[in-house]
Write a protein that binds this ligand. Structure first.
Ligand SMILES: Nc1ncnc2c1ncn2[C@@H]1O[C@H](COP(=O)(O)OP(=O)(O)OP(=O)(O)O)[C@@H](O)[C@H]1O
Length: 448
């Protein structure tokens, strides 16, 4: 079972190979991924479907490298739906063009040929941003954000620490696998702190390109680079007198670690293109899913920066080590989505409770949340059953147990090969001894 975000994605590109490969990757992480070769269809699609993120090519056929068409379509999309999250897809590593696109309202950009991880991280960040922006419009009684601590000893210990340190200004480093609730805990700490009337600014460092790092965090002044037409505050200034949450801190390069350290030591920022320092008063919370102590001992993460950020270290346990919390969390999500989707399902069936505790939950709480959301949407009875939640039996996923049905065997082998190479079509085709085109045909045939 892979983690699927409940998002709708649209990819618009005139290159069919790009569309297929990007869709194939994103389909495994988002609920719905549509694609379109003809940009003229954009107005119809954007007006009629609520897309969370649109991945938009900058250059269609008319003028191959100026990006002009991409800008025109970006404008059109934002006219139709100003809240849209648009990620620009460009084959030309032109930083100026990317910065211009972001100034024109795009959320981010990705260069072609892309790295799967990078494209995915960018799309997930754009999705989160779009959901955060649109959720602000929901009524205040929305309970999406309620923190469930459960009964496990591991979580009790975490909450003891949180309650003791939240009101102080101590810097906190939250460690834990993906989906364990680091972001949610950071917000909770801010909420318990004396700064809770001030801003909480969350920055996903893993999703910011190196070229935009400084400008995004520290701001820039007019004229600092082409298209910097006005002064812009960075995220540190936005967080002034509140809390700044730096997520994926383990992902930044050594030169940027040095820049960040300077800001933390001096408690001031300098905008790109300026030499004036601006004092900032922020409480710092950082998070990472990486083994940061080990990175420090391998000189991949600066030890002095680590000392700065981990005054208090909180380790969030993975869900498989919080077995007692699985049912309270599942029940919480059941209520949440039952109300949201106006369904009648009200309990977890006993057989499901057993399976929920046996499954490993590699995607942690996020995976559980999405599994319950999908199950509630599809549910028909009063109780959620194992088949509603575990679309495939988790224990059998790895096995090649298909009898002698050739088509089934081919499907299974292709699925395993794709998994092994993380969805890289060229490598999978090589593994399977097929051409890329032959592999594409089979992926389409089996709807993989
Ligand atoms: N204790 C909790 N109670 C209720 N929901 C939770 C809890 N912890 C996490 N969630 C939900 O699980 C999802 C993932 O949580 P969150 O984004 O905080 O995890 P994360 O560790 O920051 O993930 P990543 O490392 O991938 O950024 C969110 O939708 C959040 O609402």
């Amino acid at each position: 079972m892979t983690t699927t975000l409940p998002g709708k994605i649209l990819i618009v590109d005139d290159d069919m190979d790009v569309l297929r490969a990007a869709r194939l990757l994103l389909k495994r992480h988002f609920e719905q991924v549509d694609f379109e070769r003809n940009p003229q269809k954009i107005p119809y699609l954007v007006s009629n479907f609520d897309y969370d993120v649109i991945l938009l090519d900058m250059n269609f056929t008319r003028d191959l490298s100026s990006g002009k068409e991409g800008f025109e379509w970006l404008d059109r999309i934002l006219d139709l739906k100003p809240q849209s999250s648009v990620v620009m897809f460009t084959a030309y590593g032109d930083v100026e063009m990317a910065v211009r696109a972001i100034k024109a309202g795009a959320t981010d950009f990705v260069l072609k040929p892309w790295e799967n991880e990078k494209l995915l991280a960018t799309m997930q960040a754009a999705f989160n941003k779009h959901r955060a922006a649109t959720q602000k419009e929901k009524p205040a009684n929305n309970t999406d954000g309620e923190l469930i601590t459960g009964n496990s000893a591991a979580m009790q210990q975490v909450m003891d620490t949180v309650n003791r340190v939240a009101a102080t200004d101590a810097n906190i480093l939250i460690l834990g696998e993906n989906g364990t609730g680091k972001d949610m805990l950071a917000r909770h700490i801010h909420h318990l702190s004396q700064r809770n009337k001030q801003p909480f600014v969350s920055v996903d460092l893993g999703a910011i390109s190196e070229t935009l790092f400084e400008s995004e965090l520290f701001g820039h002044v007019k004229g600092a680079f082409t298209d910097a037409r006005e002064d812009r505050n960075g995220r540190f200034e936005e967080a002034n007198s509140g809390t700044i949450f730096l997520d994926e801190i383990g992902n930044i390069s050594l030169p940027f670690q040095a820049k960040l350290l300077t800001v933390l030591q001096n408690r001031s920022v300098t905008k790109v293109g300026s030499n004036k320092t601006i004092p900032v008063d922020v409480r710092l919370i950082c998070a990472t899913n990486r083994h940061i102590q080990q990175m420090a001992s391998q000189h991949l993460f600066r030890q002095d920066l680590l000392y700065r950020i981990n005054t208090i270290e909180i380790q969030l346990p993975p869900l498989r080590e919080r077995l007692e919390d699985i049912v309270p969390l599942a029940e919480h999500f059941l209520q949440l989505y039952r109300d949201k989707y106006k369904r009648t399902v009200s309990t977890l069936h006993e057989s499901l409770v057993q399976q929920l505790k046996q499954y490993e939950w590699p995607g942690n709480i996020r995976e559980l949340q999405h599994a319950i959301e999908r199950a509630v949407i599809l549910s028909q009875g009063k109780s959620l059953m194992p088949k509603d939640v575990f679309v495939k039996s988790p224990a059998k996923e790895q096995e090649l147990d298909t009898g002698y049905n050739l088509e089934e065997m081919e499907r299974t082998i292709i699925t395993q090969a794709m998994k092994k190479v993380n969805g890289n079509i060229t490598e999978a085709a090589r593994e399977l001894g097929l051409s890329r085109a032959a592999l594409y045909r089979r992926l389409e045939k089996y709807n993989l």
